[in-house]
Every structure is written in C-alpha cells, then in structure tokens.
Write a protein that binds this ligand. Structure first.
Ligand code: NDP
Length: 390
C-alpha cells in the first residue's frame, strides 16, 4: 500500500468513507477573530491534498470555504486526477437552518457553492438551533431536523447523513425516534481543558467557527477583550487528542450535568458508536501539540516532547504524523487542516507504519482530565450537548 492512500471504512448505510481526510476550517487568528477565506488558500490546499492522495474533504456552510473546495474539485476532475465518485465530500447544516423546511434549501445552497450535484455526507453541525441573529431557537428539535436530513438523502442530494457534536444520549434519542441511524458522528472525543473559569464546570466544546458564526452577536462578543482572550487561550483545545480526556458525554448519557469520570478517549461514546456501526470523525486532531496554538496551561505534550520525538525518529516520521497515526489506531477518522503544501502532503503519509502497543500506551498516558471552553451562550438550549455549569 502506498503510504498516502487511506483505506476505506464501511458506513452503516453500505457506503464507504476514506479513513483520513482534510479539514478546511481556517480557524481563529492570533488576534482572536475568525480567519476568513481570502481567495484561493483552501482551493490550493484541496488541490495539493488530492494530488497527495486525499479523497476525503471536510467543509461546512459556516466555514465559508465551500466555494473554494468546489473549485479545487472541479479542477482535479477536469485534469483527470480523480473522478467525482473517487471523492468523499462532507458539508454541514448550520444551526440557523434546523427548521425541517430549511434543510433541503440549505443543502441545495451548499451544493451550488460546491458546484456539485450531491455531497457524500451531510451533517447536522450542532444539535442546538439558533436564529440567524445568533439567539437560541428553542422551538426546533433536532429529531425533526433529522427527518429532513433523511429526505435530503432520499432526494439524492447527499449519499449519507450524520451528526456532529451530539452526545451519546442524543444519539440514543435519535435512534429511538428514527429507523435511520447516523452514518457518522463528527465530534470532539477527547478534550483538553486549559481554562478553569469559575463557571466552567463541564467539558464543553467550542464550535470551530464560533458558536454564533458570523452573527452580529458573535461579532459583538469577540470585540470584548476578555472573550477574545478566552477564545485565544482555548481555541486549540477541541477535537480528538490522544493525550486528553473528555468525560462530559459519559456524564450526559447518564442524565446530564453529573460529575465527570476520567475515562480515556470517550470509551462509552466510542463503544456506543462501534456497537451501532456509527463511524467517528475526529476534528481538531492536533489539539495543543503546536505551541503557537496551545494555551499557556495546556497539558503536554508539545511537538518537541522527547517521547514523541523518539517515536517519530524511529519511524522516520514527524511528531504530527505519530499523533495522527495514533488517532487512526483509535478507530477514528482524523481530518487535520493545513493550508501549507508540505504539511498537507506530510499529514497523509501514515499508512506505512504502525505504533507498538507500548508506544500507544505512552500516548495514552498523555491523557488529561482537561476541559474545553464553555459554550455558555448555548447552555439554555434544551439541546445543549455538554454538561451545564452548576
Ligand atoms: P487541526 O488540529 O487540524 O490543526 C490545524 C492547525 O495545525 C493549523 O494551524 C495548521 O497550520 C497546523 N498544522 C497542520 N498540519 C501540521 C503539521 N504537519 N505540522 C505543523 N502544523 C500543522 O485543527 P482544526 O480545528 O482545523 O480541525 C480540523 C478540521 O476539523 C477543521 O478544519 C474542520 O474541517 C473540522 N472541525 C469540525 C468541527 C465541528 O464542530 N464539526 C469543529 C472544529 C473543526 P497551517 O494550516 O498553517 O499549515
């Protein structure tokens, strides 16, 4: 096998997904606000990625990168590098389009931007519904949104459907309400926690694009210094990180805002997904590996950690590659983002080595009971997926 060709995994709807992909959210700037796409940085990255062997691309309405992803795909199909059916393209429904009648138009709008007839996977980005101005819309139940997602699939606008940032209890509720089980859960499985604000009692995820997206409310909030620092100091603490633990979903599945347990890498959630044959995509896979993205008190390791450097040297790999390899071994699908050609190319070179059980144990030992940012502005949603402050 070529080191840059990701094996396919079977989804519960009979389709297949490459076990590794490219993220396309541009993240936060060092000044704290969202990095907005400026032209062709994501398009270039997707072209480099496809050339390097990536066949799985992750985007979302809220990232504002669908147009660039679509342009890259079109170019790589036109030049004969790939056919449409070789690619697995994911996009996501934003929170202000949860009303069942809004779902298909939202997906059609995404398809227009992507210039595609269908996506391979459409995800409900968050279980929480909001109005376009960012305030909570507590009247919409994600169960109803899920029915509309099934209609989108029935109409051929997407091949598979799934959810993101749902906890185990929510997955169970979906399963009880519908014969259609999500094919994919894209989620933060392990979370490091660096900020211990007085109100931070749970394990909360920060939505990648900002919980309020582009809304005026979000803009207003990010102008406050405190919030910007809050975002800055925690923005890298999302995702599936080999060295950290998130216990919130376990707590949620037991009834909500209970005490957390210190289990490693969400065993309950991952076990449930395995049992239901729901594949898990791991976002923000590097966590606080890179000092430039790490909060001051983020737990180790960093990219210069001696144990990781030794592993990387042994396999003639880099530390980020070791981290990604470990996530693959956990059975999740990492989708690292990079807009740097050498990193895009490097990150997929994972399929020609494997870690020993001892090395995996070393990686497991980095696990920490850290908590991520509290998305408290959504805490009053009946569908807030994380533990509420007490
Ligand atoms: P990642 O963990 O992928 O980290 C991205 C950062 O790592 C960038 O700063 C990138 O820099 C840098 N980087 C990438 N590869 C390397 C390397 N080999 N060496 C050094 N630095 C490297 O974070 P993301 O938050 O972007 O998560 C990945 C993707 O997951 C997102 O892009 C998005 O698609 C998805 N996501 C989904 C969420 C959801 O709610 N469903 C939430 C968050 C993310 P550079 O680009 O400059 O090379």
């Amino acid at each position: 096998r070529s080191s840059g060709v990701a094996p396919l995994l079977k989804l519960n709807d009979g389709r297949s997904v490459p076990s590794f992909g490219l993220g396309t959210w541009l993240g936060f700037s060092s000044q704290g606000g969202r990095v907005e796409p400026t032209g062709h940085e994501v398009e270039d990255a997707v072209i480099w990625a496809i050339d390097a062997g990536y066949r799985h691309i992750d985007t979302a309405h809220i990232y504002d990168t669908e147009t660039q992803v679509g342009r890259a795909i079109k170019k790589k199909i036109s030049d004969g590098t790939v056919k449409r059916e070789d690619l697995f393209v994911t996009t996501k429904l934003w929170n202000d389009k949860h009303a069942p009648e809004a779902v298909l138009p939202a997906l059609r709008a995404s398809l227009l931007k992507l210039d595609l007839e269908y996506v391979d996977l459409y995800l409900i980005h968050w279980p929480v519904a909001i109005f376009p101005n960012g305030s909570l819309d507590n009247s919409i139940d994600y169960v109803d949104t899920w029915r509309a997602m099934q209609e989108a699939r029935a109409q051929g606008l997407t091949r598979s459907i799934g959810v993101s940032n749902f906890n185990e209890g929510m997955l169970r509720r979906l399963a009880a309400s519908s014969p259609v089980v999500p094919a994919m859960l894209q989620v933060e499985v392990c979370t490091s926690r660096t900020l211990r604000s007085p109100h931070s009692r749970g394990c909360h995820a920060w939505t990648a694009s900002g919980p309020l997206g582009d809304s005026p409310l979000f803009a207003a909030i990010v102008t406050t210094r405190k919030f910007v620092e809050h975002v800055r100091s925690t923005r890298c603490q999302r995702g599936v990180h080999p060295w950290t633990t998130c216990r919130r979903v376990d707590a949620e599945s037991r009834g909500g805002a209970g005490r957390l347990n210190l289990n490693l890498q969400q065993p309950s959630l991952l076990a449930y997904c395995r049992q239901q044959n729901i594949k898990v995509t791991a976002y923000t896979p590097f966590g606080s590996l890179f000092p430039s993205k790490a909060a001051p008190h983020a737990p180790p390791p960093r990219v210069d950690d001696p144990a990781l450097v030794a592993m990387a040297t042994k396999y003639n790999k880099t530390v980020p590659q070791v981290a990604l390899r470990y996530l693959l071994d956990l059975g999740v699908i990492p989708i690292p983002k990079s807009v740097t050609q050498s990193r895009v190319q490097q990150n997929i070179q994972l399929f020609d080595f494997s870690l020993t059980p001892e090395e995996k144990q070393t990686l497991q030992k980095f696990d920490r009971g850290y908590r991520t940012i509290d998305v408290l502005h959504w805490k009053d949603s009946p569908y807030y997926p994380f533990e509420k402050p007490v």
